[in-house]
Design a binder for this molecule. Structure first.
Ligand SMILES: Nc1nc2c(ncn2[C@@H]2O[C@H](COP(=O)(O)OP(=O)(O)OP(=O)(O)O)[C@@H](O)[C@H]2O)c(=O)[nH]1
Ligand SMILES: [Mg+2]
Length: 437
């Protein structure tokens, strides 16, 4: 059974087990352990797994919005967490300029799947109306020329290569000229890969990319190497500016989760994934649809959306906020909500006088602090949220420990809360009319 099928089946069965349980503490603990096991088996890094488990545990402690259960909230957290691990909600799209010839160069170590991927990419763009052409700039392996030529014939796209020329830069430049004459608007250059001999490989890639100046360099990484993908991506990126990453062989590898999460850790975007040897086993990488597929029919997506709607509804009204009637938790949630609509500064600038009354550093740090603030709020008791005045030094220490923040972060949040509240109330008192939008 392939990795994707296997991880998908284990995730779905863990989810069903939780759904069928009473949702008591023990079954939630069980569920979190199941998820840990599955992700570790998929080679996702320990830190990421621990972070996700921590979030799940935290979710288990939060009161769910009306008409939802703890189980729902935990499933939503899992859904969000998996998407985050895989790169976030926004998929990366490789932009091609339709008005010019786009030059794409594939790099990667030996056997990572460059040549196969070059053909898959060409087919992908051909189907979408482009005129792709392939260049074999691999002068190290004799078979490389025939391998790519054959693939080009199979998918019926133009091909350029040379059996005599040994200079890969010259081949690439000649190829670009030749394929431009053939009216190709997507030129894909397949390069050589070598094992171990990393220094030479990096040197060649650097020179190639300097001389050819491709629009986009794609690093091809073998999905079976797991977390060592991190170092590979890093080394390549230090030598050649990597535009995006393609992770191959996700069909066969038990370690696919490692490669994807490691690639993400380098901050490079994953543009495509290879899911089989066949030329059509290739797709744009979209974390949301990937997770939906892993988890079955997308019912978790629907659940996550419903919970989000409910959470927004339960947020306090803007009127109450602007009347200065809000708890510290509501303040953080509200700021988060406003921030979704744009930078926090935009909200604050809607309220004349607000900026004036807030020290600069509170304003500036608010954006960065938001994540910490959420953690802090989650570590506060209901009583403390209701009446932050009771939070003394020892409570502050407990909260900072529980939220993994520093004492001064907790102090600052409480201070900001009282300050914002005071300012809003003061403005209201002097008869300032708050904008309602
Ligand atoms: N199962 C599976 N196999 C793949 C995938 N992509 C490539 N392969 C296989 O991996 C092997 C190596 O692929 P190549 O495309 O030749 O790799 P390469 O990076 O060009 O190799 P060198 O040119 O020698 O550096 C071949 O047997 C491919 O069929 C994939 O997504 N899934
Ligand atoms: Mg090759």
């Amino acid at each position: 059974m392939s990795f994707l099928k296997e991880i998908s089946q284990s995730l779905i069965s863990a989810i069903n087990k939780l759904k069928g349980s009473t949702g008591d503490e023990a079954s939630i603990k069980d569920f979190i352990r199941d998820i840990q096991r599955i992700l570790i088996r998929a080679d996702v890094s320990i830190n990421i797994v621990l972070e996700l488990s921590k979030n799940l545990e935290k979710a288990a402690k939060e009161p769910p919005p009306t008409s939802f259960t703890k189980k729902d909230i935990i499933l939503k957290k899992l859904y969000d967490g998996l998407i985050e691990i895989l790169g976030g909600k926004k998929p990366y799209t490789l932009y091609l300029d339709p008005t010019k010839t786009n030059i794409l160069m594939l790099v990667g170590i030996q056997g990572s799947g460059k040549t196969t991927t070059a053909a898959k990419l060409a087919r992908y763009y051909k189907i979408r109306g482009y005129i792709p052409g392939l260049i074999c700039a691999d002068t190290y392996r004799l078979g490389a020329y025939y391998q790519l030529k054959q693939l080009a014939e199979k998918i019926q796209v133009e091909f350029y290569g040379s059996l005599e020329e040994k200079d890969s830069i010259k081949i690439a430049l000649d190829g670009i000229k030749y394929l431009k004459e053939k009216k190709c608007n997507v030129i894909i250059i397949d390069t050589a890969g070598r094992h171990k001999d990393e220094k030479n490989l990096m040197e060649e890639m650097k020179n190639l990319s300097l001389k050819i100046n491709p629009d986009h360099v794609l690093l091809v990484i073998d999905g079976t190497i797991g977390q060592s993908a991190y170092n590979q991506a890093k080394t390549f990126n230090e030598n050649t500016k990597i535009g995006s990453i393609i992770v191959t062989k996700l069909d066969g590898s038990a370690k696919g989760g490692g490669a994807i999460s490691a690639a993400k850790a380098t901050n490079a975007k994953i543009s495509f994934i290879g899911t089989g040897e066949g030329i059509e086993d290739f797709e744009v990488f979209n974390p949301v649809s990937f997770v939906n597929r892993l988890l079955g029919l997308g019912d978790l997506e629907a659940l996550a959306n419903r919970i989000e709607e409910a959470q927004v509804k339960e947020q306090i009204s803007k009127e109450r906020f602007l009347a200065g009637e809000f708890t510290i938790k509501e303040m953080v949630m509200q700021i988060k909500e406003f921030r979704k609509a744009g930078p926090l500064g935009k909200l604050l600038s809607l309220i004349p006088g607000f900026n004036m009354n807030l020290p600069d550093d509170v304003l500036k740090s608010a954006e960065e602090s938001l994540k910490k603030w959420e953690a802090i709020i989650n570590s506060m008791t209901a009583e403390e949220i209701k009446d932050p005045k009771i939070i003394d030094k020892s409570r502050i220490r407990r909260i900072s420990k529980g939220s993994g923040t520093e004492v001064k972060d907790v102090e600052k949040l409480i201070e900001s809360y009282f300050m914002i509240k005071r300012n809003i109330k003061r403005l209201k008192r002097v008869g300032f009319a708050f904008p309602t939008r």
